[in-house]
Ligand binder design. Sequence first.
Ligand code: NAD
Length: 262
Amino acid sequence: MFDIKNHVAVITGSTSGIGLAMARGLASQGVSVVLNGLGDADAIEQARASIEAEYGVRALYHPANMLKPDEIADLIATAHSEFGRLDIVVPNAGIQQVAPVDEFPIEKWDAIIAINLTSAFHCIRACVPIMKKQGRGRIVNLASAHGLVASPFKSAYVAAKHGVIGLTKTVALEVAQHGLTCNAICPGYVRTPLVEGQIADTAKARGMSEEDVMRNVILAAQPTKKFVEYSQLVGMLVYLASDEGGSVNGASLTIDGGWTAS
Ligand code: NAD
């Protein structure tokens, strides 16, 4: 079951955190991957080479900036031309900023909407024609529990993630008869560099100590009182990418320890 060997995937924002874990997880299933994201060139090359060495697949890196539509289109086109197919696209890149709405920096609002929402549109716009021609494809957007519920001080992030879910549903309806699916994964808190940064920012915005933020804000939202593990996200992605996941379409799949159940 869940055989996705020899498939090809593009994962945006895969130089860190969830994206890198997903790239490694797909590679472990025999999927060749195109990495993307910001960061130190040597560290990125090390991650790329280690994926090839450990899993025996091809791993490329493309430096597209998710603020630049032309570069995103080139990322998708390059993946297709290098491998001759494109099976899985995971718009995952994201940033966060925590601040009250009336103090929210305007340029941060614009960047969050562009990177967390609009870049997914550009990825999808570019990959849908390729996937339609193939008669098969999987788009798995990284939304968030914040695509379904809000938290204070995260206006741009919550707006962008709600937008990702709307985009997911719309695309799902458009591609349903072409062998494609489009779904959104909605994780609760995963202990990545993005969350590490929020601990400090939330402490400042709410006037709390960082320890209190961890205990009473971050894990307070998650009934399990545990961070979501990378392997749990990978498991969901592999399922969605497989033939067995082929009837899941337009779904917002929570993986949040019960956060959005309340
Ligand atoms: P992270 O900070 O570890 O990684 C973010 C990635 O996006 C990095 O590779 C970074 O280089 C890339 N990126 C940022 N700006 C970019 C740009 N302009 N162009 C190209 N790449 C860019 O964050 P993460 O926690 O792994 O988050 C990944 C995704 O998962 C995000 O969409 C985030 O909203 C979502 N998410 C995270 C959590 C969590 O708890 N960590 C929960 C729910 C959803």
